[in-house]
Write a protein that binds this ligand. Structure first.
Ligand SMILES: Cc1cc2nc3c(=O)[nH]c(=O)nc-3n(C[C@H](O)[C@H](O)[C@H](O)COP(=O)(O)OP(=O)(O)OC[C@H]3O[C@@H](n4cnc5c(N)ncnc54)[C@H](O)[C@@H]3O)c2cc1C
Length: 387
């Protein structure tokens, strides 16, 4: 098979490029318009080993590094960031289990899921608490046999297809709130109610329903890590998933620039010149390329630190901010270069422009990334690693 060949010849990045162009691309327009989860693409992603690639080999995954993961996400996102997110998000959602789960929990919530090519979804955001996750109102109260979960989450990516939800909740023991904790909640648990998907302008093929928990009885095995450890796990989780968001941004901008170069090389404009002879076009594309190279560098730095097991929270915030803000700017400026075709569905720019708009919001908005950077900047200002 061609893809197996490309995998062995040129590695993971090229496998993802080929998969994106041959398998994803034919489904992008339909899945966006119909707001449809890309079932056929997922079947192929599972068959090609892409679905489980970011998990450790001993758990049934492909064992790719974080640096390889970002390269693959960028390649897939060049074709469709939303479809990419449906494919790669299991790794982010299950991060708390990989990070703090017992061998039994890893077997139950990760390895069994990978065997079935199933899905995990993350429940952090609540209707009243988005950026301020520490204020979670979802509560898990300690009972004689385990925990009783009540509350509601919204915008849970892949939630309509998920087999298990990783839920952030306030834990209450003997009527005393003892902090945040993560729970792995199987979808079939009585009291888990997944609503219909919401309609949105961007990331349309990624289902993001609300999920309610009404007196959901959980056993001790459903608590990931110790009760009250959730805040530390949350910071590590967010640092990890925003690397993926940054890679979505660089992939999207790469594709915009690639297509724009062809477009301005062919299109003739008043008085009768090719667009790429106009200095403002050259300056725009040149500047966006410089900014893309800067964002890629930040992303590589963050992924490299993650692979070395070093702290990468500030670096992943910088990468996510730079790449996703660039995606918004680049899609807006490049859309203008296409004239009416920029807003017509047939030319692909319009969808990238819409999807880019979600990137600066999900996984912590741009403002939250800047606050993270500022806090770290202030903390280290007087030290050698500071300014
Ligand atoms: C495509 C998509 C997929 C998503 N998937 C998931 C998922 O799988 N699981 C999940 O739990 N959530 C998910 N989300 C939700 C997302 O994580 C939240 O939308 C995001 O964290 C922001 O929260 P909010 O929308 O409630 O905004 P709010 O927190 O209400 O913030 C509103 C605005 O105020 C700004 N703001 C907030 N606080 C400050 C401050 N202190 N200083 C300056 N500005 C501030 C924010 O930046 C934002 O611009 C997804 C969102 C999208 C768009």
């Amino acid at each position: 098979m061609a893809m197996e060949e490309s995998n062995s010849q040129s590695g993971w990045k090229w496998l993802c490029r080929q998969f994106a162009e041959e398998v994803m691309a034919p489904h992008v327009r339909r899945c966006d318009e119909e707001r449809a989860f890309p079932v056929l693409v997922h079947e192929r992603a599972a068959a090609e080993g892409i679905l489980n690639a970011p998990f450790p080999e001993e758990m049934g995954g492909g064992g790719i590094s974080c640096a390889e993961f970002t390269e693959g996400v960028a390649e897939l996102s060049a074709v469709c960031p939303a479809m990419t997110w449906t494919i790669v998000f299991n790794r982010g959602a299950l991060h708390p289990v990989l990070n703090a789960g017992t061998p039994e929990q890893k077997d139950l919530f990760v390895m069994q899921l990978l065997k079935l090519n199933g899905y995990a979804a993350l429940g952090l955001t609540e209707p009243e608490n988005g950026s301020n996750l520490l204020a979670a109102q979802t509560r898990a109260i300690k009972t004689d046999s385990g925990w009783l979960l009540n509350g509601a989450k919204c915008m849970s990516g892949n939630g309509t297809v998920a087999d298990v939800f990783l839920i952030l909740a306030n834990t209450v023991v003997n009527s005393r709130k003892i902090g945040l904790s993560f729970f792995a909640v199987p979808r079939e648990s009585p009291g888990v109610i997944v609503s219909q998907d919401i309609e949105k302008a961007a990331f349309r093929c990624l289902p993001t329903p609300s999920v309610a928990f009404q007196d959901v009885a959980l056993e001790p095995i459903n608590l990931i890590g110790r009760a009250g450890d959730g805040e530390a796990l949350l910071h590590e989780l967010l640092a990890t998933i925003r690397i993926g968001g940054a890679a979505c941004g660089t992939g999207l901008v790469t594709a915009l620039l690639r297509d724009a170069l062809t477009w301005v090389g062919e299109r003739r404009v008043y008085p009768d010149d090719r667009m790429d002879t106009l200095s403002h076009v050259q300056l725009t594309l040149g500047r966006l390329y410089v900014e893309l190279c800067g964002a890629r560098k930040l992303l590589r730095d963050a992924a490299s630190l993650a692979d070395q097991g070093l702290p990468f929270g500030k670096e992943s915030s910088m990468a996510k901010y730079a790449a996703t803000e660039l995606a918004v700017r680049a899609s807006n400026e490049i859309l203008q270069l296409y004239g009416w075709r920029g807003i017509a569905a047939d030319y692909g720019v319009e969808k990238r422009w819409r999807d880019a708009r979600a990137l600066t919001i999900f996984e912590g908005s741009s403002e939250i990334q800047l606050l993270n950077v500022f806090r770290e900047m202030r903390r280290t200002a007087a030290s050698e690693e500071g300014l």
